[in-house]
Each structure stands twice: as structure tokens, then as C-alpha cells.
Design a protein around this ligand. Sequence first.
Ligand SMILES: Nc1nc2c(ncn2[C@@H]2O[C@H](COP(=O)(O)OP(=O)(O)OP(=O)(O)O)[C@@H](O)[C@H]2O)c(=O)[nH]1
Length: 501
Amino acid sequence: MTCLPPDIEARLEPATRLPSLPAVVSELLVLASNHDAPLTDFATLLSRDPALCLQLLRLANSPYYRRGCDPVICCEHAVTRLGIDGTLTALLGFTLVRDATRGPLADYWRRTLAAAHLIPAIAKVVNPRHPGELSTRALLREVGVLLLYALDPNYFELTAQAATREQRLALEHRHLGCDRDQASSWLARRWQLPTNLFLQRPLEPEGQRHHEWLDGLCLELADELAGCCLDDDSDAIPAVLHRFQQRMNMDGNAQARLVDELASRLETLPDFLATTLSADEDIERLLVAGKQRLHGLTMSLAERLHHREDQLISLQRDNEALDVRASTDALTGLANRSALERRLEEMLEDAHARDKPLSVLFLDLDHFKPLNDRYGHRLGDIVLVNVAATLRDAIRESDLAARYGGEEFVIALRNTPEPGALRVAQRLQQWLAEQPMAQVDQRPLYVSASIGIAQWQPGMDSIDAASLVEKADLQMYQAKQAGRARISKAEQLQERAGETS
Ligand SMILES: Nc1nc2c(ncn2[C@@H]2O[C@H](COP(=O)(O)OP(=O)(O)OP(=O)(O)O)[C@@H](O)[C@H]2O)c(=O)[nH]1
């Protein structure tokens, strides 16, 4: 790949704002203000302006839009990838060429556009693989000329004496330090465009993939025919075609089809060029309109972005609310069993990491069934709600109280060794003994609980949340067995609440 000297690269940099044709831009602005304009209309329009086409391909091949997909080489695919907003963002930053209807710059344009106009007819017969791709290549084939012209406004005068392409390239090199091919491949690298966009002349078929050779040949034919048409040298067309058909080794049938296709395309060429290169419109008006449209687009994109952000925030809130609901016990508002398992696992990991003890209390209300049976389920619910509030009051913010199920509760106490856990259990039993959990016939109703204690402390084998709860549950069972309203911890049974302190 060609590397240009740094000073040439520095001079080419500002030249990359390639100018567009006012007539095409004018149509673009009409399309841009039509909200229902189909994307294909943009693609069709862009196939008439190398600068706009390049800007579009540049954005479509940028890492953001490409996202690991194949590179895009034709306008149709580029507009599909970018969507309407991306397409307009790429296009509305246009600059305009002044006086595109006369002189050598206009000639350059005519030839480029004529070749791009003719290529679909040729591709249809010769290599119908990707006709859109070939049209784009025809349009961009000599885009290096636009760069060199931006580099030096006398470019066309400088190269006027050259009769062949080779002579032109040599002159460009001599006067400007690089030729059109080098300039366009520099641009391809700079904008991360697929390098085969600027396919040049066809080499011989040997050593090249066949379709690339065919593509190159089609472009060359389109260019030569465009030259004949614009030089008003239609007598030269049969000879050009004949040479091409021989190189292609075309049979009679294909030759006839090619002539037919080209004839209909050539018929529409004058109209196509006339509209494309119509007398320059008011350049300033177009520039202002373009800026306004771009501004409007930026505003509406920003508005939509804000709207999306709002939607995202409310979605996050809904998700958080759902999370809370999914991990909360509906009756008591405590953590439910699945949240307990998750959070206790985290607390255990934290305890292991910090080398701090962690205690678990398993609490089961005593004789809750007879209470339910005697006073009704609703009163039972009130008791459960009040017991939950009592548990919440008995622990620190960093601890955890959960409803394990039915009338069973679990408390996890961070950084708490066995004596501390015992104190909490005793406090709970004392509170339950002192505070009624409901009123029945204006009389206070008290409940008691059996509590089992288990813990993990530094030096012990590691343990998971479920096993630790199970150990505490086992102790709770011991407390029940021993007569209820008791606290049990490994190997030691405490006295009845109120009897110990
Ligand atoms: N009101 C109410 N009762 C519940 C709820 N969940 C479970 N229960 C009741 O709690 C009672 C638990 O009874 P058991 O497991 O036999 O235990 P108990 O009667 O407390 O006896 P011990 O635990 O041996 O002291 C059952 O009657 C369940 O119906 C609830 O959400 N609300």
C-alpha cells in the first residue's frame, strides 16, 4: 500500500472536504425534508455525486456502524446500514463546488457520472454479481482527481497537456508530489474504507481472481464509452465495443445483449447529465439550508436521545422495583427465602474474606397453629407482621432478617461471635415476653419463640449458606424438644427466657 510523504499527507488533509454538485445537494435537501422518502431514493441520488457517496461509505464503514460486519462498498448497502438518521448525518455536512457547469472540472464530472450511468448496462451482461457495487466504483474511480484539485486549483491546467492516463499520473506526481491513485488510496486508508473501492485498471486475467478482472474491464469500458459520448465521437463506439468483446471472448448472443442494454442507457445519458449538472443554484442558499437541516437533525436526535434516556431510567426503576418485589416477603416486608439464601451467601463470603465471625439465628414461633385455629388466620398474620417488626428492631442495619417460611424466621448477624448472637436471641425473647404481638378482645396476646443459633468463625471449615441455616434449624429443633421458648446453640441449651440473663 502506498505511503505518502508526511508533508503531502498534511496538505491532503484539508482537501478531504470534497465538494459536491449543487444540483444533487438541492435534491438531497428536498429528500431530507420529506419524512416519508424511502432510503432507496437516497441511494439513487448518491450515485450521482462522488463526494456524498464517499461520506456515506465512510460513516457506514466506521467502527461504530460496522460492528464486525463486512465492509460496505455500495451506496444501497450503506444507506441500509445507516438508516435515515445516519444517512442524513453523513450527508448534510456537504461542501459545494462553484461553477460546476463549465470548464475542466465540469468535464471531469461529466465523464465520471457518464461512466457511472453506463456501468449498470455493462454489468448486467458481463458481471451481474454486484451491479450496485460496480456503479459505486465507477463513480469513485477517479476520486483522487477531486483531492488533487482541492490541493491545487490549477490542477486541470497543469495536467491539460497529458494525452494518456500514464502521462497524467506522471504530471500529477511531478507537480503535486502524488498522483490520483495514490491520493485515493491514501483517503481509503485514512477513512478506513475498503481499499477495493478505488479499483483501478484491469490487469491481465492471470494471477487475479476472475471477477476482479471482469470488474476492472467493465469499469474501463464504461470510462472509454463515457469519453466517446462526451467528445461527441459516437463513431468510435463500435471499435471500443469490438475491442472489449474480443478481450472478453464474448459470444454473439452476449454481444447483441450488450449493444441493446447500452443503447437504452446511452439514450437517457444526455437527460441524466443535464439534470445533474444543471445551472448552479444559489450556492449560499443551499449552504444555509443544509446547515439548518443539520441543526434540526441534531436537535431531534438529542431530543430522542433524552427520551430514550428517560425510558431507560424508568425501565431501570421498574426493574429495581421488580427485584425488590421478587426478593421481599409480601406479608412482612422482610427478605424472602430466596433473597436470604443469596444475601447470606454474600455475607459468608465477606466473613471469610475479612476473617470475621458470622452468626445465624433460626426462630420458630411456638404453638402458632393453635393460635391460628383459635383466633383466625388474619390475627395470625398480624402476629407475624409484628414479630417481623420486632426482629427488624433487634438487629443492626448491616444484619439481615428474613422470613424463612410460615412462622419461621432467620436472622444473620455480621461480625458477631456466639456470645453476641446469644445476647440478640435473649433480647428477642425478652421483647416477645414483654410486648404483645396482637390484641384479642382488648387483651394483649403474647407469643414465644424457640431459637437455634449456629455460626461460622475464623478457623472453622468453610460452610455454605444453606448448611449454616440448617445447623441453626437443628438447634431450633433442640430448643423445641427441650420445651419451647428456649435458645439452643451447639452443645449447650439455655434456660427458659427470663430465667437467664
Ligand atoms: N396466619 C398465618 N399462619 C401461617 C402463615 N404461614 C404458616 N402459618 C401457620 O403456621 C402454623 C405453623 O404450625 P406448626 O408448624 O404446626 O407449628 P406450631 O403450631 O407453631 O408448633 P411448634 O412450632 O411446634 O411450636 C400452621 O398452622 C400454618 O398454617 C401465614 O402466613 N399466616
